[in-house]
Ligand binder design. Structure first.
Ligand code: OAD
Length: 243
């Protein structure tokens, strides 16, 4: 006898996360009170020009971030995002270069601005042949260390003025979302901040941030004005009640 199987189509939840979701894991955000860019000029450590002018300073900056990253742990915000996979088809589009979403257990992650634990060729940054993943044993890039193509090994970070290679993938995910959730981003940096423009009209939009974040006019956004951990607890209750 032919059996018919009941297939439940899980709703698609797409998160857009930023530095704020990692704040409770001990990372500074970029902007605002004592933000990272107040202490390290962005032109020096996050632009191709800065790299050209002083690769030693840039290498040291990312080495330090990496040392902090391996000591840090995902917080409840990251964990709750991952747990929602039990009930929803979840994609995380993140501007963060840390690997805390991965370590919390999320399975579909699009890193828009690169990954701190990866390094690449200075001449051909997105060529997968020259991208290397660092680990605890090789965490620190030495001054003058070379990539496999003989160019200087550089952080696999999308710097200001550079193209965002995974943007198309992110747009595709957002365009298909039933629920779009923005967590811990000031929405200051494009093209990531423009992703909201691709959310289908029928989708519900939530925003979790302890401070006021300006969203483009014309979108109904339900704001949960809390830090990521508490905000995610509230969101989980709302979503599970509705599903
Ligand atoms: P920002 O530093 O611009 O914004 C961080 C946001 O997190 C702000 O809206 C804060 O109010 C919020 N926030 C602070 N503490 C929080 C908490 N505990 N829980 C939730 N939210 C909290 O960081 P991003 O928007 O991520 O790019 O910045 C975007 C990009 O600009 C980064 O990816 C980086 C930076 O320059 C590159 O390095 C290429």
């Amino acid at each position: 006898m032919r059996q018919t199987r009941l297939i439940s189509k899980m709703k698609k939840v797409v998160f857009l996360t930023g530095a704020g979701i990692s704040a409770e894991s001990g990372f500074s955000t970029f902007r605002g009170n004592n933000g990272l860019w107040d202490n390290y000029p962005v032109e020096q450590v996050a632009t191709p020009q800065g790299w050209k002018e002083n690769p030693t300073l840039v290498t040291d900056f990312y080495n330090n971030l990496r040392k902090n990253l391996i000591k840090a742990k995902p917080n409840e915000g990251h964990l709750k995002v991952a747990e929602l996979e039990e009930h929803f088809d979840v994609t995380v589009v993140t501007q963060n270069v840390d690997n805390l979403h991965e370590r919390a257990g999320s399975s579909k992650i699009i890193h828009l601005h690169g990954e701190l634990m990866k390094v690449c060729s200075s001449d051909d940054p997105d060529n997968p042949e020259y991208i290397e993943t660092l680990d605890d044993e090789h965490l620190i890039v030495k001054h003058g260390e070379l990539a496999k193509d003989g160019s200087l090994l550089r952080p696999w970070i999308v710097w200001f003025g550079e193209a965002v290679p995974r943007m198309e993938e992110a747009i595709e995910a957002v365009s298909d979302a039933d629920i779009f959730v923005i967590v811990g981003t000031s929405l200051n940096v494009y093209p990531a901040a423009g992703l909201i423009n691709f959310v289908p009209q029928s989708a519900k939009i939530y925003l979790i941030d302890p401070f006021n974040v300006e969203t483009p006019r014309g979108y109904a956004v339900e704001v949960i004005q809390e830090v990521a951990s508490k905000g995610m607890r509230i969101l989980e209750q709302i979503l599970l009640k509705k599903s």
